[in-house]
Design a protein around this ligand. Structure first.
Ligand code: CTP
Length: 413
């Protein structure tokens, strides 16, 4: 369970294009049982509406310093004191400048001045604004006043420039908050209870593979990679040094995870072998079962011969290869089974055939929305039997799986 569970976060949203990511951040926090009270600056309302923020947070959204009703129901001092954490995301250069200099001309800046918590800023701005001496001075002043600053990340900006200034992705912010809470509550990020996998090494595969037909065409599948990425994030949060061998997906790198991006199944197997040894191997990737035998080196042209005949050959089975290593086999090898019928018997057969230690079995039948969705329903199948887990978010399943693997690893070693 996340150490954020039950916490109350006062979320200050200032006006930047990254504010759209804050909507997802609210969802991620609520999945972890966090109470989110949001405050929008005037500029933030140009990017997200109070209605969308209120719908996602399930609570009233505040934006006006001089609203009498709010002052009667909850004064701004109380608003800033009632929370466990004060988080500004996105934090614009303007918001941080105000906070660093004690300005208080709207509700957001007043709350930052009135709070007795050390606020956390998640900056988002153009690279030149971030690198400007004034912003850097303000950031240094905030840090020396005990505030935390998460990010920014480096990358392509909405404005087309490249460099530091991008707001961290929602799951990266969640991971950074969890780490901060662990440090604040224990004085050390390595509290044994919250980091049961400290000192362990884990490799996770995730996403689809792409099997080339020619330089511009490929065979692939609908895997989003979300469950595998969530598992890598959970293993890293639990303290494991985590390497994620990922097929092509559109997901942010989870905090504390090293990503090795690959395309084909053969590349994925090579990357897994290169990342070994490990204590845990989780094979969450939807590896294509076949590849084209003689993929073209030039783009295949339409011709008079009709459509090309593709000869397929079987791909290496990465899970079975790792599970059946005679030397250096990871202590725990975990596979996935996507089934549309006979879930448990099929998963048990797969467990025996591939010789892995545990299978996370998914029902991907017609009425399920597993592929690409944020929720999942799984049955854990191992030598001890089959345990159905209740439907939950992919993040919650990942956290529970990381705890189970930590326990099984402790029992074995
Ligand atoms: N897997 C793998 N390498 C492959 C194929 C699958 O590592 N070439 C792994 C997947 O990552 C997953 C498990 O094996 O952990 C799934 O096994 P698979 O036999 O592919 O199961 P299904 O996709 O359910 O296929 P089938 O219905 O053919 O059994």
């Amino acid at each position: 369970m996340s150490n954020l569970s039950g916490k109350h976060i006062l979320l200050i949203v200032s006006g930047g294009i990254a504010a759209y990511k804050t909507l997802d951040l609210i969802r991620r926090l609520r999945e972890r049982n966090v109470i989110v009270t949001a405050v929008l600056t005037k500029a933030a309302k140009q990017f997200v509406t109070p209605l969308s923020v209120a719908s996602l947070s399930g609570r009233q959204v505040y934006d006006d310093l001089f609203s009498l009703t709010d002052e009667t129901e909850m004064g701004h001092i109380q608003l800033s004191r009632a929370s466990d954490l004060v988080l500004a995301a996105p934090a614009t250069a303007d918001l941080m400048a105000k906070a660093a200099n004690g300005l208080a001309d709207d509700l957001a800046s007043t709350l930052l001045l009135a709070t007795d918590k050390a606020p956390i800023f998640v900056p988002a701005m153009n690279v030149r604004m971030w690198l400007h001496a004034a912003t850097q001075r303000n950031v240094a002043a905030l840090k020396s006043a005990g505030c935390s600053v998460f990010g920014p990340a480096e990358g392509e900006m909405a404005c087309g420039e490249f460099g530091p200034g991008r707001m961290l992705e929602p799951l990266e912010i969640v991971a950074a908050l969890e780490k901060l809470i662990a440090v604040r509550s224990t004085g050390s990020p390595k509290a044994p209870a919250s980091r049961p996998l400290a000192g362990r090494r884990a490799i996770v595969t995730a996403g689809p593979t792409r099997e080339p037909i020619d330089p511009v065409r490929y065979i692939s599948n609908k895997s989003s990679g979300k469950q595998g990425y969530a598992i890598a994030a959970a293993l890293a949060t639990a303290g494991a040094e985590t390497i994620l061998v990922s097929g092509p997906v559109d997901l942010a790198t989870p905090a504390g995870v090293r990503v090795n991006s690959v395309e084909s199944a053969v590349e994925m197997l090579d990357a897994v072998k290169a990342a070994l040894p490990a204590d845990i191997f989780v094979s969450a990737a939807a590896v294509a079962d076949w590849r084209v035998k003689n993929a073209g080196t030039q783009k295949t042209k339409k011709g008079s011969d009709g459509p090309p005949m593709l000869e397929l050959v079987e791909n290496p089975d990465i899970l079975a290869t790792v599970a059946q290593m005679t030397t250096g086999r990871p202590n725990l090898v975990v596979g996935f089974a996507a089934e549309t019928e006979n879930l448990v018997p099929n998963a048990q057969a797969k467990l025996a055939r591939k010789k892995c230690d545990l299978i996370v079995a998914n029902d991907v039948g017609a009425e399920q929305e597993i592929f690409g969705g944020d929720r999942n329903r799984v049955v854990i199948v191992d030598a001890a039997g089959a345990e159905p887990w209740p439907q939950a978010s992919k993040a919650e399943i990942a956290t529970r799986l990381a705890a189970l693997l930590a326990k099984q690893l402790d029992d074995r070693t």
